[in-house]
Design a binder for this molecule. Sequence first.
Ligand code: MLT
Length: 210
Amino acid sequence: MSGLDDFVHKWVEGARDLTVLALHGTGGDENDLIPLVAQVAPGANVLSPRGNVSEMGMPRFFRRLAEGVFDVEDLIARTHELADFVGAAATEYSFDPARVVALGYSNGANIAGSMLFLHPGTLAGAALVRPMAPFKPGELPAGTAAPDLSDKRILVSAGERDPLIPAPSTDSLVEQLRAAGADVTDRRQRAGHELVAGDLDALSGWFESW
Ligand code: MLT
């Protein structure tokens, strides 16, 4: 059985009918993104799990075989586990499961992207900071229908000089999301992997529309 106890997590109750699923980057934890959410989506509830995979002590949301090379089988299994967790949390904390928006950074953005493809019903939208394409075309498990993302709004905020995230992979993600019908705001920052003021502006502006 998977559910609420599968993830160490923080829950911060807000005053709005909007829940931000905060997904940290490699080596982060459930505390990392809570101040960022408070800044860019004030008043929202925050559900912030810690990734269950440890890479030499660094928490992640799924295994990788090398930098930028994902263990796709593990990614798929962990995505299902995270979706189950969000469903269980909605019951436990009484939030509207139709008003959940992910804010993922790096590794967290990548599992949020995977969730859009495998469990589109879990997220109303997603802000993906420094994301890659979680799946190459043809890598989705056999039998997975191409998702209909025409009711999803998605922000991509990438770093033009990011040494960890190859631009073609971000481009492929944007293409795949748009091909599935999503409304994608594609922002490129003059930055590397680190968060910069342009990310905060992009996030604040995008979250205002929720
Ligand atoms: C990943 O493994 O998800 C990406 O390489 C981003 C990272 O965590 O460095």
